[in-house]
Design a protein around this ligand. Structure first.
Ligand SMILES: [Zn+2]
Length: 594
């Protein structure tokens, strides 16, 4: 076992020797990281090693990748692998593949090498460090064969960093126990899935289904029995609410920190979207309780029952109830099976009459914080575990239709055509250009359709959607105005007309500066750089934003940050850093409010 102090005191040669084998056959990485010592944390050391690779010329990066053995390759029977590789591949069961599995892996190895010119690299010990199952390894291999070469090279390097991270944990005797706790909760909660999806191994938990209610009971049980919350309840809309009293514990009027996120999912979604923001503060309360420690404020953790709007059209129903925005008209909405929300709530034993009482008095709260998986590729691409949200983007959505004239594709001359689809295409190109014209602005035409189109007919109509998001309402609105102007202009020029309907508008929710700074200090306390980014997706925090200060912390997602997808993933090490950041935030608040 080696220690950080030992590494900090080491000469460059000793340092490189101590970290030998962390990066396969590449001592230059440790030698360069040495320049950045002293390290205040293991996370900081890991990042210095990552940076050495990031700053290396492309040839050095490629040589690093090529220094790795093929997965279950010829080196395996020949026993020429490094000790680390043998151990890792063995742990993943690759040393005892069936002949069919070996054949499949060899075929994939050959295809991969031909396409990319380097061996397939996968951190086979996986995001929890316990080893991936063979079918998962083979599926990942097959999937990554389709990646663009630039992206795949970066993905190979990311896997190398993950391999190094686990090797470093072993070398320094570091076990991310808090992260493991969070990771395992996410895994266990994902056992509950709606009928029709569970059978296919897919995760779908929509509002008030059996699986949804099972999740609520499970969360409540963990909060009560495992974490030691003082009061745990399931409220009138199905939110799971855990309260850990402040000190002195008899003072029920003490102010509270409000935190949490949602436990419902999209169809065939991921295990961390929303849920991570419940588990992380749960892990913090569990530690406080184990230490017998009370803070000078209460902690209220809410697992919001509904955020995604999957079963009924209502979204942010859970957090909306806390801000007094539960719309009684929602109760008559029907799901696909004709069951109204009112019926679903009654069946679940929820007391509709009590919903109004869920509205929180902001004077009772310090503020709201939410931890969430990023659901985007930014942190993953930058090799950063945590990012601080500067603002939840404002958004506006439209559906529209361009109307031209349908005519015969053979007999209508090119000049004078009134083609609605090419006009929509021109609009989409403008949207792309305008969306790319400013930082933190995005604009997307996500749906394009020629209704009743035919191969031999000039399109007479074309339907489209438009989604615009930006850090501020002003930037969003200026973009929308330009796009509408362009639509008018191109329709006039082409002799067409259009309809456009605004279907959704949400205000931007910039983080409260003092709360954002608390997250920044928390991230810094871990030895990590402060990186700020806007949230392109909506979150429960944007609801709470309307009544109290809020700020969010993002955690890196693997697989290019994919979300609303079963490939959504985080590592136990990142979960650990996230819990530690949250603990630091609590400590800051304890000092400020003592
Ligand atoms: Zn979410």
């Amino acid at each position: 076992m080696i220690t950080l102090a030992q590494l900090n005191a080491a000469s460059q040669a000793e340092f490189t020797q101590l970290l030998d084998g962390t990066y396969e056959h590449s001592p230059w990485i440790a030698a360069q990281a040495w320049e950045r010592r002293p390290f205040t944390s293991l996370a900081q050391l890991k990042l210095a090693l990552v940076d050495a690779v990031r700053q290396a010329p492309p040839e050095a990066q490629l040589a690093l990748i090529r220094a790795h053995p093929e997965l279950a390759g010829k080196a395996m029977p020949g026993k020429t692998l490094t000790a680390e590789s043998t151990h890792e591949q063995g742990k993943a069961g690759l040393s005892d593949c069936t002949p069919a599995e070996f054949a499949r892996i060899h075929q994939l190895n050959a295809g991969y090498n031909a396409r990319f010119g380097f061996p397939f690299i996968l951190a086979v010990r996986g995001p929890r460090g316990l080893g991936l199952a063979k079918p998962e390894i083979i599926a990942t291999f097959a999937r990554r064969l389709d990646n663009h070469p630039d992206f795949e090279l970066a993905e190979a390097l990311r896997n190398i960093h993950r391999i190094a991270e686990i090797r470093l944990n072993d070398k320094l005797g570091h076990s991310p126990d808090l992260g493991n706790r969070v990771w395992d909760w996410a895994e266990q909660l994902s056992a509950h899935s709606d009928a029709g999806y569970a059978e296919r191994g897919e995760l779908t938990v929509t509002y008030l289904t059996e699986a949804h209610q099972a999740c609520a009971r499970q969360l409540a049980q963990w909060m009560r029995d495992d974490c030691g919350f003082d009061e745990v309840s399931i409220d009138a809309v199905g939110n799971v609410v855990g309260l850990y009293h402040g000190s002195p514990s008899q003072d029920r009027q003490a102010r509270r920190l409000l935190t949490g996120s949602h436990y419902d999912t999209v169809r065939n979604g991921g295990k961390y979207d929303g849920r991570l923001g419940i588990f992380v503060p749960m892990a913090c309360v569990r530690e406080l309780q184990r230490q017998g420690r009370r803070l000078p404020f209460g902690i209220e953790v809410v697992g919001f029952a509904e955020e995604e709007g999957q079963r009924f059209k209502a979204t942010f129903l859970g957090s909306g109830a806390l801000t007094g925005q539960f719309d009684a008209a929602w109760l008559d909405q029907q799901d696909a099976g004709g069951i109204t929300m009112r019926e679903a709530m009654a069946q679940a034993g929820l007391r509709i009459d009590d919903i109004a009482k869920l509205q929180r008095d902001p004077a009772r709260y310090l503020g709201f914080v939410e931890v969430h998986i990023e659901q985007g590729p930014v942190l993953n691409a930058l090799d950063l575990p945590l990012g601080i949200v500067s603002s939840i983007n404002g958004s506006v959505r439209y559906v529209g239709e361009i109307i031209g004239m349908a005519s015969h594709a053979g007999t209508t001359p090119m000049p004078g055509r009134r083609d609605a689809a090419t006009a929509a295409a021109e609009l989409a190109l403008y949207v792309e250009k305008r969306g790319g014209s400013e930082e933190h602005l995005v604009a997307t035409v996500g749906m394009l359709e020629v209704p009743g189109g035919s191969i031999n007919v000039v399109p007479g109509r074309c339907k489209f959607s438009l989604d615009i998001r930006a850090t501020t309402n002003a930037v969003r609105d200026a973009c929308a105005a330009d796009i509408v102007h362009e639509l008018q202009a191109l329709c006039q020029r082409r002799g067409l007309h259009y309809r456009l309907e605004e279907t959704m508008r949400a205000a931007a929710a910039p983080s409260a500066p003092d709360w954002q700074q608390r997250w920044e200090r928390a991230v810094e306390s871990l030895g990590l750089p402060v990186f700020r980014l806007p949230s392109g997706a909506g979150h429960d925090a944007m609801k709470l934003h309307e009544i109290m200060p809020q700020a969010m912390l993002f955690v890196r997602g693997l697989n290019a940050g994919i979300s609303h997808n079963p490939l959504e993933a985080i590592t136990n090490d990142d979960a650990e850093l996230c819990v530690r950041a949250f603990q630091n935030l609590l400590d800051q608040l304890a000092t400020e409010f003592s």
